[in-house]
Design a protein around this ligand. Structure first.
Ligand SMILES: Nc1ncnc2c1ncn2[C@@H]1O[C@H](COP(=O)(O)OP(=O)(O)OP(=O)(O)O)[C@@H](O)[C@H]1O
Length: 972
């Protein structure tokens, strides 16, 4: 069916063309009369001056206007010549032509009947053609499908409408039982107290009005009820009647009002004046929506003035609601589908409170509906009033839900609801079919009746011409009626066919639903069987477990018995033991008594002994004091001895030997040290754990021995006086001796990149020298390790040298395990070291010949080792076991070195080296001798010149000298 609004737009266009034409011209296409529903029924009111004419016409989707009895053009033409058939009154060309168009809801009623001017004014929206602004009449029509004017041709229709209305009243108000042919007075009696009216309203719109009222006076209460009803109608903007209409006269207006109410809330039935003959699909949308659309069209598009409030126009309101909550539930989806496009809020109101709740199902599912609610719904007559499409939607919703739930199960209560709904649909279809059959029979009977009439009339036709004329007129009338009936029949047959098709379709749907239901039932049964099987399995399992538990119980009982027996025998044993212990305890008590006696005698003995001991202690204390005094004296004597020994050593000028033992390196922890003892006075005890007896331990003595924990600063603090003596003109030599890795470089230089605290002797010595020189402010020159200076006061020159020697490893070549160039180097080092050993040996032996020249090393160290130098040797030891022999040999060498006497050290300030002086004397003697010779030669030359004058011109000086010398010798 074409969109209603587009049709209404066409109406607007027609109106436009009419309004601006002084004489209306139409370019309309006139076709044959089209059957419903291709035409939209409208009422056209043509106004010319103060006169107007109304015609009810059909407006097709193509824009065709057609009246039942003639074309619209005829009607308009009649307007042009004289309004409403009032011939003789010519329309002036200047008079404006106004057009009003009133849409109708019910095609059938509107098609056949033209509304009275009165009803039109009441139920239509006025539209001023001039200006085409908004409707100037704000009375909002809800439906034009009311009782039409009581023309003779409409009497039957009105009667049917009345019957329909009474039946409807009976159906919605229980115990009303109005006869379908009830007279006006009977209706008045029923409705005049207003209670029934209020009940009708509350039934359609629960809670609309309060029934009864507070007044005690019956007439007051009655008028209150009616007033409340009328106020509610006003509020909904529905046509109403006056209270006087209810009290006397015709009840027509009252019934019109009720009919409008019915049409408003039940548009699917409200548009028909024939019971059950109207289908909601015919009108496409409900009346209020249609009016809204029309309001928008005529009112310039926004429809603001013509739009109903949500309360007055529930369909619009619920339409909005539906859009807002569209996604809320599956059921709401069903409402949106093409099948459910038509149900409106009025419909929802109609189907009753419970069913309304089902429609409003939000955020949930049928399965979630409480069982009590479903039961209540099924118990009341809610389903009786629900639209068929809604019922189908419920079915679809439930099935959708069951499909979505995947397991296909439908809860029992929902299945009951489903069955009830399906039963209701079946009942309706069969009722409709029955009704159609009845109508068909009725039409057949009527046809037969008319046929017999025709036959009678044809018989009469043979009578007088006057009668014949009357009969012919009647015949004509009858034929017209027959045609009408045939058309009606045709339409109804079409309806029948359509309904049959719908029925088939519904049957198919029901079949499908039944199949689905059957499938769901089967699935349910299968799951039941499965569950039963599982339950049986579980039962078997439980029985098995029970048997096992019983078995365990029997075992446990046996075990308890055994334990009891065991316990008894054990308790007997314990009793025996208790007896034995009692005897034993008595025996022990006797022994204890004896012990106490002997303990007392021992105590007396101890006190006696203690006394004698204290006397003895006193005596010992006196003796010990004397010993302590003696020991103190002996310590002082020992210190004195040491000092004296050192002084003797100093005077002797021995090479000082400080022994330093390096600690184990990281990764060497846990190794055993061969150093057993480090004395305060330079004693060092080493032990070889692999040897036994005397050879296992050896004791050495040096000037100082530093343990592994000795710090660089501590070591240097003992060297410092030596370094300072360099500045006093002494030769000082400090050299480190020891095997590879024993810490020579560590002592002399310090570790690579070490901090100031880790500086070795070299750095500290030089640092010290510079600092002292700064403090003293002998000018000094440091040439590597030689120091020379001049005493500015005395002019004496000072010359000292510092030999800081870091020797190569002392181990034997065979132990170094090197080859090639390294072997040669080791051999050379060995040679140098052995030369050093020879020099030290010679010095120790006080040999006349000291082999300094055997190696470069000894030559360099000659002044330190041979002169009156202060010499110190660090003997460096590796405490590891595998270095034992090397360590011992090192220590032997060190011992020998420590035995070397260099004589008392002398400063260069105190006297020069004799040898130097001797050399100088010899040199000076040589110089004097050379000078004397030169003088003698010159004297001779002078004498010769006197003897041989002029000889100097004949030869050069030198040759002459030589010749003269030769002659002088010859003369002599
Ligand atoms: N007193 C010490 N405290 C801490 N570490 C030490 C000490 N003496 C030596 N070492 C460490 O022992 C290792 C060997 O020492 P060093 O190189 O001084 O031995 P060396 O006798 O000079 O060896 P080489 O003959 O090869 O020159 C070094 O890693 C050094 O830092």
């Amino acid at each position: 069916m074409e969109n209603q609004s587009s049709i209404l737009n066409k109406i607007n266009l027609i109106s436009f063309s009419l309004s601006f034409s002084s004489l209306p011209t139409f370019n309309l296409i006139y076709g044959p009369l089209c059957p419903f529903p291709q035409f939209l029924p409208v009422i056209v009111e043509l106004m010319f001056g103060n006169s107007s004419v109304c015609r009810k016409v059909l407006l097709s989707s193509e824009g065709q206007l057609r009246t039942r009895r003639g074309r619209i053009v005829d009607m308009v033409s009649s307007c042009a010549t004289g309004i409403g058939g009032q011939k003789g009154r010519q329309r002036r060309a200047t008079d404006p032509l106004k057009l009003k168009i009133f849409p109708l809801v019910s095609v059938k009623s509107s098609f056949h009947d033209v509304p009275s001017k009165h009803s039109m004014k009441k139920f239509t929206m006025d539209h001023q053609a001039k200006g085409y602004g908004r409707p100037n009449n704000t009375t909002v029509p809800i439906s034009s499908n009311v009782f039409e004017p009581t023309t003779s041709s409409n009497g039957e229709v009105e009667g049917k409408q009345r019957v329909v209305l009474i039946e409807w009243l009976n159906s919605i108000i229980s115990n009303l039982s109005l006869p379908t042919n009830a007279s006006d007075e009977e209706l008045r009696a029923c409705l005049s107290d207003g209670t029934v009216l209020c009940r009708i309203l509350n039934r359609l719109r629960p809670g609309s009005v309060i029934e009864g009222g507070g007044s005690n006076h019956p007439s007051e209460s009655r008028s209150d009820n009616v007033k409340r009803f009328l106020a509610a109608m006003d509020e909904m903007k529905l046509p109403r009647f006056q209270i006087s209409d209810l009290e006397k006269g015709s009840m027509k207006i009252v019934l019109e009002c009720l009919f409008t109410l019915r049409a408003q809330f039940m548009p699917h039935v409200g548009g028909s004046n024939v019971p059950n003959s109207s289908s909601p699909k015919k009108s496409g949308v409900d009346a209020s929506t249609r009016w809204k659309l029309l309001g928008q069209t005529l009112g310039g598009g926004d429809g603001s003035r013509g739009e109903l409030s949500p309360r007055a126009n529930p369909s619009v309101f619920y339409g909005e609601e539906r859009r807002k909550t569209a996604s809320d539930s599956k059921f709401q989806r069903a409402l949106r589908s093409h099948v459910m496009a038509e149900p409106s809020a009025a419909l929802i109101h109609h189907v009753g409170h419970k069913f309304h709740e089902v429609f409003q199902l939000k955020q949930g599912s049928y399965a979630d509906l409480p069982a009590a609610k479903i039961t209540e719904m099924m118990r009341t007559n809610s389903l009786d009033n629900a639209p068929t499409q809604s019922l189908l939607s419920v079915v679809n919703g439930i099935l959708d839900e069951s499909i979505e739930r995947k397991n296909g199960e439908i809860p029992h209560r929902v299945a009951c609801l489903l069955r009830k709904v399906v039963q209701e649909i079946e009942r309706r279809i069969s009722t409709q079919a029955e009704h159609l059959r009845t109508q068909s029979n009725l039409f057949k009977a009527r046809e037969e009746k008319y046929q017999s009439r025709i036959r009678v009339l044809e018989a009469l036709a043979t009578g007088t011409s006057e009668e014949t004329q009357v009969a012919m007129n009647q015949l004509q009338q009858t034929k017209t009626d027959k045609t009408k009936m045939e058309e009606k029949k045709k339409v109804e047959e079409q309806d029948m066919v359509r309904l049959t098709k719908e029925k088939e379709q519904i049957n198919n749907e029901i079949l499908t639903l039944k199949q689905e239901l059957e499938m769901a039932r089967k699935a349910n049964e299968e799951s039941c069987i499965k569950m039963e099987t599982e339950a049986k399995g579980n039962q078997r399992e439980l029985e098995k477990r029970l048997t096992e538990v019983m078995h365990l119980l029997t075992e446990s009982r046996k075990r308890v018995k055994e334990l009891e027996t065991n316990h008894e025998s054990k308790s007997q044993q314990w009793n025996k033991k208790e007896h034995i212990y009692q005897i034993f305890t008595e025996f022990q008590l006797g022994a204890l008594r004896e012990l106490k006696f002997s303990s007392q005698s021992i105590k007396q003995e101890i006190s006696r002994t203690q006394k004698s001991y204290s006397d003895e202690f006193n005596r010992l204390g006196i003796k010990l004091k004397a010993l302590a005094d003696a020991a103190e004296n002996s310590n002082a004597v020992l210190a004195e001895n040491r000092k004296l020994h050192n002084e003797v050593q100093e005077l002797k000028g021995n090479i000082r030997v400080y022994c330093r033992i390096r600690p184990f390196l990281p990764g060497q922890t846990g190794k055993q040290s061969i150093v057993e003892y480090i004395g305060d006075n330079g004693e060092l005890g080493v032990a070889n754990p692999s040897k036994q007896g005397k050879d296992a331990q050896k004791l050495f003595k040096f000037n100082k021995v530093y343990g592994p924990m000795a710090a660089q600063a501590e070591v240097y603090s003992h060297i410092q006086p030596l370094i300072r003596s360099v500045l006093d003109g002494y030769n000082v030599c400090i050299f480190a001796y020891g095997q590879t890795g024993s810490g020579k470089t560590y002592t002399m230089t310090g570790p690579d990149g070490g901090s100031e605290e880790e500086w070795g002797v070299n750095y500290r010595a030089l640092n010290d020298l510079f600092q002292i020189s700064q403090n003293r402010s002998r000018v000094f020159i440091v040439v590597t390790i030689h120091v020379r200076g001049t005493d500015t006061k005395t002019g004496a020159s000072l010359r000292g040298s510092l030999h800081l020697v870091d020797l190569a490893g002392s181990e034997r070549v065979d132990r170094s395990e090197v080859t090639g160039d390294r072997l040669k180097e080791a051999q050379y080092i060995n040679k140098s070291l052995s030369a050093l050993g020879d020099v030290v040996f010679a010095l120790a032996q006080k040999s006349s010949h000291i082999p300094y020249r055997n190696s470069k090393l000894t030559q360099v160290l000659q002044s330190a080792l041979g002169g009156h130098a202060k010499t110190l040797m660090f003997v460096q030891l590796n405490p590891e076991l595998n270095s034992y022999s090397e360590t011992v040999s090192t220590l032997k060498f060190a011992e020998r070195v420590s035995g070397v006497e260099l004589g008392t050290a002398r400063s260069s300030k105190e006297g020069r080296d004799v040898r130097d002086l001797m050399d100088q004397v010899a040199s000076l003697k040589d110089t004097i001798a050379k000078k004397d010779e030169e003088i003698e030669r010159l004297q001779l030359l002078k004498d010769l010149k006197n003897v041989f004058p002029g000889s100097e011109k004949s030869a050069s000086g030198s040759n002459l000298s030589a010749k003269l010398l030769k002659r002088w010798h010859e003369d002599k």
